[in-house]
Design a protein around this ligand. Sequence first.
Ligand code: MG
Length: 395
Amino acid sequence: MKIEKIEIRYLEGKLKYPFAWSQRWTDTRSVINIKVFTDNDIIGWGETFGSLENLDSISSVLKFSIGEDPRNIQKIWNKLYRSTFQGHVFAKSAVYAISALDTALYDIVGKYENKTASQILGGNFRNSIPVYATGLYYVNDYSFNDLIKEAEEHASCGYKGMKMKIGALTLKEDAERVIEVKKAIGDGIKLMFDANEAYDPISAIKFTKLVSEVELEWFEEPCASRDDAANTYVRNNSLIPISGAESLSTRWDIVPRMINNVFDIIQPDICAVGGPSEMNKVGIIAQTLGKKFNPHFWGTGISFAAALHSLSVQPITQIGMKDIPYENESVLECDRTPHPVRENLTNDIFTHKNSRIDLPTGNGLGIEVDEKALDSFTVGNVIKIDSPSLGRRIY
Ligand SMILES: [Mg+2]
């Protein structure tokens, strides 16, 4: 079996209403999609982050996989990584390409062997994954009433945890929003809050003091993710566990930060960390180093299925009698903010029962892609590559 051709597209959907986090407002949602063709007519799907302008650099990296046997997943991962090692592997496009391709390879090999992606990854420990709802962004001119209403909706449909945004308003205003959301959802539902790198360490510590009257599960990205000194300062002075790493890539970004206790909870995203292969390695190392591993998610059903399969093969983080979400079992982020592409591109794999989502059971990733939706959300040209790179490396 050989990889013959790859199509790379930028997909974008317009939102009915804009929403915001600490850094900006948005009125669109987007994703980069790849469709990998093999010489035996098996097709694999992958996706990653990036803008329309990233397509050229991503396709230049993907060229290194043309002609390879997709069953050699680790060999291909390392070929792409090494080809870009001294160049832009650290500037995202390369690791975005690797992440998308690695996801597509598990889809292809699963379909080829009549197995699920989790079976290709080594076999699953569990058939469902605990999830929490991500939403509670700033909407409608920072409306407080809309925030509380949304929190009550997530609670009433059975989520056992949810995450809200902070960092766009004053410390006092955001602290009041956190306290009131927690009071609205009650003690039985966990609440996490995410600054998206908005604070300096002193402000972050001040914030933890302002919300100390309620119990909170974690404080996400208080400071810039690569500012280890700032995050370590916050971690050492906060009673609330600190999380991060959604924007970090590969074990080489993340493991030193685990060893140095920069974060309590590691949250790699399968679209940026390096795909299921790397997610797996980082998860196992997190367990070894006693760090919690609760991955980030911001894509469509393609990367969500890949994340579900990846988490299904992770053992619990401490030895115990049973899996207990948040305590010894990893929980996966389930983005519930509007996303026209996510809502239409694949069959619905986001339905939860009791805050758990079943693993797809079909071969490969176990998802169906609606190609009409794929075409309708495509912006710009579809890049098609069908010949290997003439060069040996990209610098
Ligand atoms: Mg986040």
